[in-house]
Design a protein around this ligand. Structure first.
Ligand code: ATP
Ligand code: MG
Length: 347
């Protein structure tokens, strides 16, 4: 069997550089390597509603925003089916059947869901839809028989849950579904990019993001407001590199030619880090460098995004085409699933 690649994003805001290094970059790389049979990328609007049910306009508007981000980053609609989750109702039906295969206590143990419940202040009254979203994520993945899922590491518990459901389904009803594997970025700091405030995760819900669509000026402002080492006050002071957001980002974004281009007095990042540790290197200088390095990556994306945003109807055409293809595949899988569950009365 060949590879089937799938991932999605919640349209709760435009995408940020955490999405970019955590998952999007890997998708574009996989797409361009071409070692797959089918590739899907989707807008998880139904999932976004589980914690934004009172704000449908936010979800609707961000479907276009995220689609623009995909295309601007190089997702090619000729190679990848980009689809809208709620337009593939088979996914909802699969979710319903998978509900039987998961216990409430198992859902409670999911560390990512636990964190997110806390973050949203849902402790006292968790919406059932939100609590069970790992099950619907399993439907999203298995409907396409995806075996490769490029994600950041907050998604590992979701993938584990999906594998458990697949194993349980197959053992009860016979071999039908495929166990998926997460594909994490090689760079460890990119697996869960910290926020500009030093918070453990850059996240739309935390408001600590650099967005792909941010203007040059906005990016600069955010880089210069970044958390560094609070004890590094004077330029001469020795500084800490660990936990220093600027260095974490440099670890992720520096390319081979970055120093030659923007900071030729240093050979590489290790040299720069050593100087910072010794003292004598100011925060302004490292921030200016980081800003140049990030700008190098974001400028072409921003430009493509601006162009694309002038023709939203073209973007919706792309989404429609991808959705039709996705629907067909999900229908086939649902048929197999129902047959395995003996829900095929009229065949
Ligand atoms: P929300 O706050 O609405 O959950 P989010 O910023 O967590 O938004 P998602 O849409 O939940 O974004 O995640 C989409 C994908 O991006 C997932 O694969 C996730 O692992 C990855 N991702 C999100 N944030 C980061 C991050 N800071 N670093 C690396 N990957 C990330
Ligand atoms: Mg998230």
């Amino acid at each position: 069997m060949g590879n089937i690649i799938l991932t999605g994003d919640r349209p709760t805001g435009p995408l940020h550089i955490g999405h970019y290094v955590g998952s999007l970059k890997n998708r574009v790389k996989l797409q361009n390597e071409g070692n797959y049979d089918e590739m899907y990328v989707f807008l998880a609007d139904a999932q976004a509603l589980t914690d934004n049910f009172d704000n449908p306009k936010k979800v609707k508007d961000n479907v276009l925003e995220v689609a623009l981000d995909y295309l601007a980053c190089g997702i090619d609609p000729n190679k990848v089916n980009i689809f809208i989750q709620s337009e593939v109702s088979e996914l909802t039906e699969l979710t319903f059947y998978y509900m039987n295969l998961v216990t409430i206590s198992r859902l409670h143990r999911n560390p990512t869901v636990k964190e997110e419940i806390k973050l949203r202040g849902f402790e006292e009254s968790i919406p059932a839809g939100f609590f069970t979203y790992p099950i619907s994520q399993t439907a999203d993945i298995t409907a396409f028989k995806a075996n490769i899922v490029p994600v950041g590491d907050d998604q590992l518990p979701m993938l584990e849950q999906a594998r458990e459901i697949v194993r349980k389904f197959n053992s009860i009803y016979g071999d039908t579904l495929v166990e998926p594997n997460a594909l994490l970025p090689e760079n460890e700091n990119a697996r869960r990019l910290v926020g500009i405030d030093g918070n453990a995760k850059m996240s739309k819900s935390l408001g600590n993001c650099i967005y792909l669509k941010d203007s040059k000026e906005e990016v600069k402002k955010k880089v210069f407001s970044m958390y560094t080492d609070p004890n590094h006050i004077k330029v001469e002071d020795p500084g800490k590199v660990e936990g220093n957001v600027v260095f974490t980002y440099l670890d992720v974004f520096c390319k081979e030619d970055s120093f030659e281009k923007y900071l030729p007095e240093y050979k590489n990042l290790d040299e720069l880090k050593d100087h910072y540790r010794r003292g004598g290197l100011g925060d302004m200088k490292i921030k200016r460098f980081l800003n140049d390095v990030i700008e190098d990556e974001l400028a072409p994306i921003r430009k493509r995004r601006e162009e694309l945003s002038k023709e939203p109807e073209k973007v919706y055409e792309i989404l429609k085409k991808g959705t039709l293809t996705a629907r067909k595949k999900a229908q086939e899988t649902l048929k197999e699933v129902k047959k395995a569950m003996m829900l095929n009365y009229f065949e």
